[in-house]
Write a new protein. Structure first.
Length: 394
């Protein structure tokens, strides 16, 4: 058979109203597959960044037996431990403030201040704070001064751009009461590691000076020592120190989030696959019945089963390609809208990048083609059983 004749037969085969339904079905399936893979990759990439770049998972507090070892002695041992990058007391770790400059109807201006060392955050603009007790702090690129997990008013579109505030004095009330001079000297990359949008970082000495001045009544000597490990897997080296009762990580690594994503995406793909497979099967079966005499005529004029089946398989390939292309274009629009509608209110997931890679499109295409071809293959078994005499006398 010449190529021109084959293409003519193929065009008649493709121009069919049933194919519109099939294309819609496979656009839906390919869109679900592409989106689920892209969403999973986005969450997984964000998760990897958190684990690899966030010092939060290496923070721990040490509970000690005061009868065995004094706090000063323990602090000295911890400072000399090769697995400890930083050690400090509670008064050097945590504080809070209200920034009047950022008060509005959607945010209270309230921030947390955490004491740390230089280098724990990736600076985008400006510089890191000085560690000499200067009234300087660095804040996240998705800055939103409000108790985000309490008031739940966070929206990525409403975050505060801080470039114009770098090195400018701010009206800050420490603990909501005491006016102090403070300025933002740097903006760190909130997408690089796990960062809450209402947390700014200062030096340990800065917090210690503030807490000793405004919370002098607190008994810090009875509070645990905090440490930053080089890696949280080395936590046992601290537990083995004499006088240490326990060492507890400040933030635990929870795998529930990534497992939930896998579970939801898996269920969505499985349900969509089953539904589309059976609909494809029934549509093609009906199509074969409607083309019963047409197929019979092709057999009468000399076309063998191989040629007839190849027309259906080529049609399957073309529909799959059209579905993947349209599914890809739909996902480009849907991904950004999905982020805006469902994730922009989440302080962490709003930073996720849902990008569609070539590998994702290739996987979706192969998957769609296999499912479609399988449904068509089952239906086309009947072509080999069709007898010309049955078609003539039907």
């Amino acid at each position: 058979m010449s190529i021109s004749k084959y293409l003519k037969l193929l065009s008649k085969q493709i121009i069919n109203k049933n194919n519109i339904v099939l294309i819609i079905l496979y656009i839906a399936l390919s869109s679900i597959i592409i989106f689920c893979i892209s969403y999973f990759n986005g969450v997984n990439s964000l998760w990897d960044k958190w684990l690899n770049n966030s010092y939060d998972f290496d923070l721990a507090y040490v509970l000690s037996d005061n009868n065995t070892i004094t706090q000063k002695e323990l602090l000295k041992k911890l400072q000399n431990n090769p697995n400890v990058l930083d050690s400090f007391l509670y008064d050097e770790f945590l504080g809070s403030a209200i920034i009047d400059d950022f008060k509005s109807s959607i945010m209270s201006g309230e921030i947390k201040m955490i004491g740390t060392i230089n280098g724990n955050k990736k600076i985008l603009y400006g510089r890191d704070f000085k560690e000499d007790g200067s009234m300087e702090m660095i804040c996240p690129s998705n800055f939103f001064p409000d108790p985000v997990y309490v008031n739940q008013r966070y929206n990525f579109n409403n975050t505060v751009g801080l470039k114009n505030y770098i090195d400018k004095p701010l009206n800050i009330k420490y603990l909501g009461e005491y006016e102090i001079p403070m300025k933002i000297v740097g903006i760190f990359d909130a997408t690089y590691d796990l960062s809450d949008p209402n947390i700014c970082y200062v030096s340990h000495l800065t917090l210690k000076n503030l807490n000793n001045k405004y919370q002098a009544n607190l008994d810090y000597e009875r509070m645990p020592i905090y440490i930053q490990l080089d890696n949280n897997t080395n936590i046992n080296s601290i537990k083995n120190i004499e006088g240490v009762l326990d060492v507890v990580l400040v933030k635990q690594i929870k795998e529930d989030t990534i497992n939930d994503v896998i579970r939801i995406c898996g269920i969505a793909v499985i349900l969509a696959t089953i539904m589309v497979f059976f609909l494809s099967y029934f549509i093609y079966k009906r199509k074969l019945i409607n083309q019963y005499k047409y197929i019979g005529l092709m057999k009468i004029v000399g076309y063998d089963n191989y040629i007839i089946k190849s027309l259906f398989y080529t049609e399957t390939l073309l529909i799959s390609i059209i579905s993947i292309v349209l599914g890809y274009l739909i996902n480009i629009i849907v991904s950004s809208k999905f982020l805006e509608l469902f994730l922009y209110s989440d302080p962490q997931l709003a930073l996720m990048n849902i990008s569609i890679s070539k590998t994702t499109v290739a996987i979706a295409f192969i998957f769609v083609l296999i499912i479609f071809s399988l449904a068509v293959k089952i239906v086309l078994k009947n072509i080999s059983k069709m007898e010309i005499k049955d078609i003539i006398y039907d």
